[in-house]
Ligand binder design. Structure first.
Ligand code: ZN
Length: 563
């Protein structure tokens, strides 16, 4: 997903000013730790939604067949989901999630009807048959009703029912955060993904459905409707599954990438076809840039699709949805205020970056959403760098600092479906850019980015696994850096003073024991220093040197003598 700007008028200067202000008034003493606000209260429903309950843990998803009829006339969805799973540990009760106002009507296993109870958005299904370890079973869940309508897609989940210029339905789903159980019954936790999935969507005969994976068949039904069968060959995360229903125009091309020919298919409203043919030229440019930085596009088997949607956009796996108006920038705005943000279409670049960081490497708990958003945000600057050079990419990252709030930690609260601060975007991107300065070896840095995508290919991860991987591969103790930027709200201040040729410096406004190497310029001469929360003295060659901190590091600077 893409973040919405809260204070677009705030500029870079005001952030630096704010950071310095914080440190001079010492609002956050060195030893202070950030604590979550006490008013955050979670319910049993939050725990059922956000944790790996015993009723989820005993079975491993292998396959879903979602088979639904979507009726734009009365805004309903009716159908079934067949859930196929392998028994890890025999158990008699299964948790399936489906959110109100939708209802499960019937549950069947091997021709016998099962009993179930509803508790809010959770269905407790009593299995009649003995569930033997290692064996594969299926349950068929029949469900339907009028799914929640999204009030602010994609930030509020639900179905969007709109019309095109010819008055034909233009329908789409979006559900990150709220969860896929908003529109279909499933195991609504990110830790478990099916190995593959069939999505069958029945729609009025004059419309088409575009979902994930490849279009396997279109079946004409007797009642003048059509069923589109989309098959996903790879593991898919639940919020990545989507429906897009409209009278689409279609065009395609083949991109010759690192893993061979990649089918790229584009579906847009007929009225937008000409604009799309021009704007979507950025799709193969995006693949070229991200294959360079991150390695092969992760879903060659399922192809790459860009699908017009009646909202801004979302990283639906192998069918990225697009609603950015066929203009560059974020709805025409440069989020970095550097000029570089208008050189590319934010939604094509940002949402497609999620194919690597979100759809291939997926967070287990939404508290670690930074794994998706920090890297997707950082990817924007790498795209800029690939086409416009290193300096341009750096200007883009630094420009986005004005959007950082430093309001809450980037990491949310685990096991209750809780996201951290929106800072997971710009601050996360700046943290990665800072780490790149510390690594100070572009080849190594790119190998780490590619290594992440190779070693965690198609995996669900904890954020700490990504942190540990980067620590291991860089050989640098970056734990304090991750803790500072992901688990605290303070931006470290490099405090220094000069007396003659004696430079004295430390980190302040930081977590206890914070260390991070920093590149400074002493009268223009580059030097890496290793400040700690205690003052260190350094004898300089000359008196009255001019001290400058490398702007690539996201830190504040304060000359404590005020000079
Ligand atoms: Zn995103």
């Amino acid at each position: 997903m893409s973040f919405i700007l809260k204070h677009p008028s705030m500029n870079r200067l005001s952030v630096i000013f704010f950071a310095v202000l914080l440190s001079s008034f010492n609002l956050f003493p060195v030893e202070a730790q950030y604590h979550a606000p006490a008013e955050t209260i979670f319910t049993r429903q939050d725990s059922l939604r956000g944790s790996i309950t015993p009723e989820r843990a005993w079975w491993d998803l292998t396959y879903y067949h979602l088979d639904i009829t979507v009726n734009p006339v009365d805004s309903t969805i009716y159908g079934s989901n067949t859930v196929t799973y392998k028994v890890i540990k025999p158990f008699g009760l299964m948790q399936i999630d489906l959110q109100e106002p939708l209802n499960v009507m019937k549950v069947v296993q091997n021709n016998s009807v099962l009993k179930f109870k509803r508790e809010g958005n959770v269905y407790w299904i009593e299995l009649a048959e003995k569930q033997e370890q290692g064996k594969i079973y299926s349950v068929v869940l029949t469900y339907g009703g009028k799914p929640k309508v999204s009030t602010r897609p994609p930030w509020s989940g639900g179905i969007t029912w709109k019309k095109d210029k010819n008055g034909l339905p233009f329908v789409a789903s979006s559900c990150q955060g709220d969860g896929a159980s908003l529109w279909w019954p499933c195991k609504d936790h990110m830790y478990d993904e099916p190995d593959s999935m069939l999505i069958s969507v029945n729609v009025p005969g004059n419309l088409m459905d575009v979902s994930n994976g490849r279009l396997r068949s279109v079946i004409k039904q007797k009642n003048k409707t059509k069923t589109y069968n989309w098959f996903v060959k790879n593991p898919i995360n639940n919020y990545g599954v989507n429906i897009n229903i409209a009278d689409f125009a279609h065009f395609s091309e083949i991109y010759n990438g690192e893993k061979g020919p990649l089918d790229c298919d584009y579906y847009v409203l007929k009225e937008d076809l000409e604009k799309a043919r021009l704007q979507f030229k950025q799709a193969p440019m995006m693949i070229a840039a991200f294959e360079h930085w991150f390695g092969p596009y992760p879903f060659y088997e399922d192809g790459y699709k860009l699908v017009e949607a009646p909202y801004l956009g979302m990283e639906h796996q192998s069918s990225v949805t697009y609603g950015n108006g066929f203009n560059n920038g974020y709805r025409g705005v440069d989020l970095s205020n550097s000029g570089w943000g208008l050189k590319f279409d934010f939604i094509i670049i940002h949402e497609s970056a999620h194919e690597w960081f979100a759809n291939s490497i997926t967070y287990e708990d939404i508290a670690d959403m930074w794994v998706h958003e920090s890297f997707a945000n950082y990817a924007e600057s790498l795209y800029v760098e690939y086409y416009f050079g290193k300096e341009a990419g750096s200007e883009y990252v630094l420009g986005t600092r004005a959007n950082i709030q430093n309001d809450k930690p980037v990491i949310g609260i685990y096991n209750v479906n809780h996201e951290g601060s929106g800072d997971m975007y710009y601050k996360g991107g700046n943290m990665l850019h800072t780490i790149r300065q510390i690594v100070n070896d572009d080849k190594k840095w790119r190998n780490i980015l590619r290594g992440l995508n190779k070693d965690f290919y198609h995996q669900v991860v904890k954020g700490s696994q990504i942190e540990n991987y980067i620590i291991e591969k860089t050989g640098i103790n970056l734990k304090p850096v991750f803790d500072q930027y992901l688990r605290d709200i303070r931006i470290p201040v490099f405090e220094y003073s000069l007396k003659g040729n004696n430079l004295s410096f430390r980190w302040n406004n930081c977590i206890p024991g914070f260390t991070m190497p920093l590149k400074i310029y002493i009268s223009g001469k580059e030097q890496v220093v290793k400040p700690t929360p205690f003052f260190t003295n350094l004898k300089l060659e000359t008196e009255n040197a001019i001290i400058k901190v490398d702007p690539g590091y996201y830190v504040a600077t304060l000359n404590i003598t005020g000079k």
